[in-house]
Design a protein around this ligand. Structure first.
Ligand SMILES: Nc1ncnc2c1ncn2[C@@H]1O[C@H](COP(=O)(O)OP(=O)(O)O)[C@@H](O)[C@H]1O
Ligand SMILES: [Mg+2]
Length: 489
């Protein structure tokens, strides 16, 4: 029991051991089957060969002595004995000759049975006396060993005149077979050792990359260190696994880099207004609070700074929540035109303050998309806020919506503002990216608006794109798939 559980532990410890154990099991079973069947075939064939040889020998002796048997004289008996002994010596067998009643006439070799004894009751003799050539393998009580007997009737003048029996001790044969078996086993053992070595090598080779990967994932899990890749030396499934593993690490590294960059940027952005707030408070404390005019001015900028700080924090919270996969319903049926109207009305006061003409051309034909209405409104408000912020007074903003093909819809927001430099265009959707670095950090946006918009639109399986010309204006397009579950009017 102890042994079995030990083997079980060893096998389940590693993939290599399992492979090795399987090889060994299959090998042992196959060799066992082959050797047992080969040995039994060899034994049967050897006995058949021997039997045939003995039969021929008995027949020849029969031909030689049939006359003497009939004569039944002392001289004839002498000749029979001589012939039997001669042939027995030559063939390495024991020969017994009996008369037609079963009395021993001659017996050669080690058995040396007494002359005249009646052995008619021994099975092969009984059969041969009845005229049938008989073969049997039995253990003889006299020598206490297995013998192969061939008994052959001698016919003279149509009658059975006697029986010739040839005997061969089988232990000789068995010894020879055992020797064969030993050679066979030695050969099998040798082959087995070579096979085990090859399997061991093969099993290690197959499982080494897997052990390497497992060690690496352990290291990453423990220390978070992602500085290494697994070496890929193979083109099979294991090689593929290694490649995907490396891709995964690459991706994790990239994510980790972005995360750190995001934290660094966010801290930097938070630091600027915080320091400004600190200096205003300091100025107030060192006397400005007593000057009514300065006090109003400083409190005003404090309000602006705090306002900006809370907008930044709100944006940071929003984008982090989007990253983390919000637990919100993203599959509501949304009336897109309602969402556009709400967004436009939300932004109208700011536009009016800057005397910007804000016209909403989207008509109420009830286009519906699948998604989250408040998030969609947030995405559009970000675009509209930019349009107002980056368009000088008495500019113009147009909002419209249009079908594209028969399963998409496009919201267009165009302004007559400052436009975006070609070099900035690919970056404006990046987090914290602002085209105009000189714009005061305090008054400007957070640099997160477009990133949030892009994230929300992507969640709706949509895309947001931009076209812009410096000093002429910009057009942002949001393309969304129409809600196919709802009949469009
Ligand atoms: N309608 C627009 N006209 C001109 N420039 C724009 C417009 N919308 C966005 N931009 C540019 O893209 C940058 C990124 O926009 P956004 O992510 O909303 O950040 P923020 O508005 O906080 O600066 C802005 O800083 C601005 O330079
Ligand atoms: Mg913005």
């Amino acid at each position: 029991m102890f042994r079995l559980s030990y083997i079980y532990k060893w096998v389940s410890r590693s993939l290599a051991n399992q492979l090795l154990f399987t090889y060994l099991l299959v090998l042992t079973i196959a060799l066992l089957i082959v050797s047992v069947s080969a040995l039994s075939t060899i034994k049967t064939e050897s006995i058949t060969d021997l039997r045939n040889a003995l039969e021929v020998e008995a027949m020849n002796l029969g031909l030689e002595i049939d006359n003497d048997l009939r004569l039944d004289s002392p001289a004839a008996r002498k000749r029979i004995k001589a012939a039997a002994n001669r042939r027995a010596e030559k063939g390495g067998v024991t020969i017994t000759v009996v008369d037609d009643e079963g009395h021993i006439l001659a017996d050669s070799g080690i058995r040396q049975q007494p002359e005249g004894e009646n052995i008619a009751n021994q099975p092969e003799i009984t059969e041969a006396l009845a005229g049938i050539a008989s073969i049997c393998t039995r253990s003889s009580a006299r020598t206490n060993s297995e013998w192969l007997f061939v008994a052959y009737p001698i016919r003279a003048a149509g009658q059975t005149a006697g029986v010739i029996r040839l005997g061969l001790p089988l232990n000789q044969l068995n010894q020879r077979l055992n020797k064969d078996l030993m050679t066979f086993l030695e050969f099998i053992f040798g082959t087995g050792i070579i096979t085990v070595l090859i399997s061991l090598w093969l099993a290690r080779k197959v499982t080494r990359p897997i052990s390497e990967m497992s060690a690496m994932s352990k290291a990453i899990a423990h220390s978070g260190d992602m500085s290494v890749f697994v070496p890929v030396r193979r083109q099979d499934e294991i090689g593929e696994l290694g490649l995907s593993f490396n891709q995964m690490i690459g991706r994790l590294r990239e994510q980790e880099r972005l995360r750190q960059e995001f934290i660094a940027n966010a801290s930097h952005e938070l630091k600027t207004p915080t320091m400004a707030i600190g200096s205003v408070v300091e100025a107030l404390q060192s006397g400005a609070v007593d000057d009514p005019e300065l006090r109003v001015q400083f409190l005003g900028s404090l309000e602006k700074l705090v306002d900006r700080q809370s907008r930044l924090i709100q944006d940071l919270l929003d984008i982090t929540r989007l990253d983390g996969g919000l637990e919100e319903d993203w599959n509501e049926v949304v009336n897109l035109v309602d969402v556009i109207n709400d967004a436009v009305e939300e932004i109208r006061p700011q536009a009016e303050k800057k005397q910007i003409e804000l016209s909403n051309l989207s008509d109420g034909n009830g286009l519906s998309v699948a998604g989250n209405p408040s998030q969609l409104q947030r995405a559009l408000v970000n675009l509209l806020t930019n349009a107002v912020n980056y368009t000088p007074s008495s500019g113009k903003i147009d909002v419209s919506v249009e079908m594209v093909g028969d399963d998409q819809v496009e919201v267009r927001i165009s302004d007559t503002g400052v436009g975006i430099e070609l070099a900035d265009l690919p970056h404006i959707f990046d987090r914290f990216y602002r085209a105009d670095k000189a714009r005061t950090r305090v008054g400007g946006g957070t640099g997160l608006g477009l990133a949030i918009t892009r994230e929300i639109i992507a969640r709706h399986q949509g895309v947001v794109s931009v076209e812009s010309e410096v000093a002429k204006g910009s057009t942002f397009r949001v393309r969304l798939p129409l809600n196919t579950n709802v009949e469009q009017e």
